[in-house]
Write a protein that binds this ligand. Structure first.
Ligand code: GLU
Length: 597
């Protein structure tokens, strides 16, 4: 069966069919099969959730819900929520298990952004657990002797790319603010799985096979993923005693056990002695690391407020700009079957990405027109550029209002997809949206005490200036690299109606914006909204998800003047809708589920 985007109703009906959901999954990434066999130790509820996802139906619940990228992690979070824990408690349990069973995407050695809706106060806040650049970095970190940008992989693999991890402290900070459960107990499921062993999933096995050469650069990493020289296979039982020990220390002594003492010493030594490509992370960087609470960036859209993570993430500002421009157009009337809707979405995205490339970076280090970028009059002027009928010939950054005159050059930075997203709602009315990463799949490929270290510093622009103008997202000591992660909570009349986010490098922004449009404008339920074939435009080329109905827009969009490219688009959207109870959706392109009660 093949979906044609004839009408939103037809599309919705089509997307509901299991064959199409599976077809989309297979087309983008053959290793993400979400069959039941590899998770045969799961509870009946989790198996039912997997079946719902395969059938294209949302999971329904009344009181609490958790959606994340691996069923074992979701079950750990569900157990916490069932026992009366908060969304912050459950996140700690989910993250601890994800770092074990999906180690290529996130973990203790990485960073994360968390958006929190507080059920009691009705307020939204965010925690920034982004990695920092070591104090010893220089502007030349990612440049050759001639001052040219290094090759991406030359930069990634080794110690050079490793920033100070933020995830352990983010877990502790969230628990300290909003947790009710005993901290140490939250690590129980992950410690048991690490010690007793867990079944290697298809996705993990596929990632190991796909990245085998780089993954064997360092012996500690090679020994774990290639025991006896053979790549781990789906279905293998994997024990990670070192990870269990690391978690035990953190459970007993808090995040301090990670940032100082033997774990910290081991991280620093591993980074600084990485053969061929050492880095400059020091004990001081770890000891002074802090999670930062920041105001959310909220942008009105269709009478709701779309709230997310401000700088150093470009997520909420770019998603907000895209939606802000589109708010001035009637996408509901056009429907998802209409190429005109995709012209508007595609060019709004290009305009937003142009501003992102020029202005967005860590605002603790560079001045940024945060308010100007989503100012109503500015968005009016940017939306007016969409008035034509064909693709914009040229797209460039605009001139938002700000109180600081600064000429910037457009940046150059490359983000390849890995990462994971966690959405949680608890029985106290709290909602949590957290995107968590070690950047590239398997990060820097350096492994310490059972977890991988990030390569987040490669999210900085490798060039520091262009034509004599500085680049906002250049590397500086202590600075946080610009991110695209877009953990989002949508509010209506001050109450959350949608919790959503995704991995996917800078395409995260397009995936999240599309899911919000699908749900709010086109009336799709959360499972339909996350399963929907992707059409993403960042810098001019329109990426259409190959092997799906999105590809049917190739001719129409080409005729409008877009450069079109068919490719796999591996999002990992996890969403919870709140309206007459809870409904959860998990991306068929990954192996996660939503679970609730
Ligand atoms: N490092 C990327 C960011 O912070 C995320 C990587 C990904 O999702 O693939 O934007």
């Amino acid at each position: 069966m093949r979906c044609i985007f004839l009408s939103s109703l037809a599309l919705a009906a089509c997307l509901l069919t299991p064959a199409v959901a599976q077809q989309a999954a297979d087309a983008v990434d053959p290793e993400v099969a979400s069959g039941l066999s590899e998770f045969d130790t799961l509870s009946e509820a989790a198996q039912a959730s997997l079946a719902a996802k395969t059938a294209g139906r949302p999971v329904e619940a009344d009181t609490w819900m958790v959606a994340a990228a691996n069923p074992l992690a979701v079950e750990a979070g569900a157990a916490v929520l069932r026992a009366g824990g908060t969304a912050a408690d459950a996140m700690v349990a989910v993250q601890a298990v994800l770092g074990l069973v999906e180690p290529q995407s996130s973990g203790l050695g990485g960073g994360a952004f968390l958006v929190w809706y507080d059920g009691r106060s009705g307020e939204v806040t965010t925690l920034d657990g982004r990695e920092t650049a070591p104090l010893e970095v220089t502007p030349r970190l990612f440049q050759t002797d001639e001052g040219e940008p290094m090759g991406f992989w030359d930069a990634v693999v080794g110690g050079r790319s490793v920033g100070t991890p933020g995830t352990p402290m983010l877990m502790e900070e969230a628990h300290a603010r909003w947790g009710r459960a005993d901290w140490a107990g939250l690590f129980g499921p992950a410690i048991s799985l690490a010690e007793d062993g867990f079944t290697v999933s298809e996705r993990l096995a596929g990632s190991i096979a796909g990245g085998a050469e780089r993954l064997q650069t360092f012996s500690r990493t090679a020994d774990y993923f290639f025991p006896g020289g053979q790549a781990l296979q789906a279905g293998d039982r994997l024990v990670n005693g070192e990870y269990a020990n690391t978690l035990r220390l953190i459970a007993a002594h808090g995040a301090e056990a990670f940032y100082t003492g033997p774990i910290a010493d081991d991280i620093v030594a591993t980074v600084r002695t990485a053969a061929g490509n050492p880095g400059v992370l020091s004990a001081t960087d770890l000891a002074i690391y802090r999670v930062v609470e920041r105001d959310p960036v909220c942008v009105p859209y269709r009478g709701r407020d779309v709230c997310g993570m401000g700088p150093p993430s470009s997520g909420a500002l770019t998603v907000g700009q895209i939606l802000g421009m589109l708010d001035r157009h009637d996408l509901a009337a056009l429907g998802p079957d209409n190429a005109e809707a995709w012209r508007l979405i595609g060019d709004a995205s290009r305009l937003a990405f142009a501003d992102r490339g020029r202005y967005m970076a860590d605002s603790d280090f560079v001045p940024m027109p945060v308010a100007g970028l989503t100012d109503a009059a500015y968005l009016d002027s940017r939306a007016a550029l969409l008035a034509g009928e064909t693709a914009l010939e040229e797209v460039s950054a605009g001139a938002p209002d700000w109180d600081h005159a600064q000429l910037w050059a457009d940046d150059t930075s490359l983000e390849l997809p890995s990462t994971s997203h966690i959405s949680i709602v608890d029985q106290y009315g709290n909602a949590l949206s957290m995107t968590t990463t070690i950047e590239n799949g398997f990060g820097s490929r350096l492994m310490v005490r059972g977890f991988l270290l990030n390569n987040e510093l490669t999210d900085f622009s490798f060039r520091t200036q262009r034509d004599g103008l500085p680049i906002a997202n250049r590397i500086e000591p202590g600075k946080r690299p610009r991110s695209s992660m877009s953990p989002t909570i949508v509010l209506q009349d001050g109450r959350p109606v949608l919790v959503v986010g995704s991995p996917g490098g800078s395409r995260i922004i397009g995936y999240v914006a599309q899911a919000i449009i699908a749900h709010l404008d086109w009336g799709m339920d959360v499972q339909q909204a996350v399963s929907m074939p992707h059409l993403v435009n960042r810098f001019g080329t329109y990426d259409l998800e190959e092997g799906t109905p999105a590809a049917d827009f190739e001719t129409a969009l080409s005729e409008m003047g877009f450069k079109v490219n068919l490719r796999g688009l591996t999002s990992g959207l996890h969403a919870i809708a709140l309206a007459d109870g809870l409904r959860g959706g998990a991306d068929p392109r990954r192996e996660g589920i939503a679970l609730g009660d």
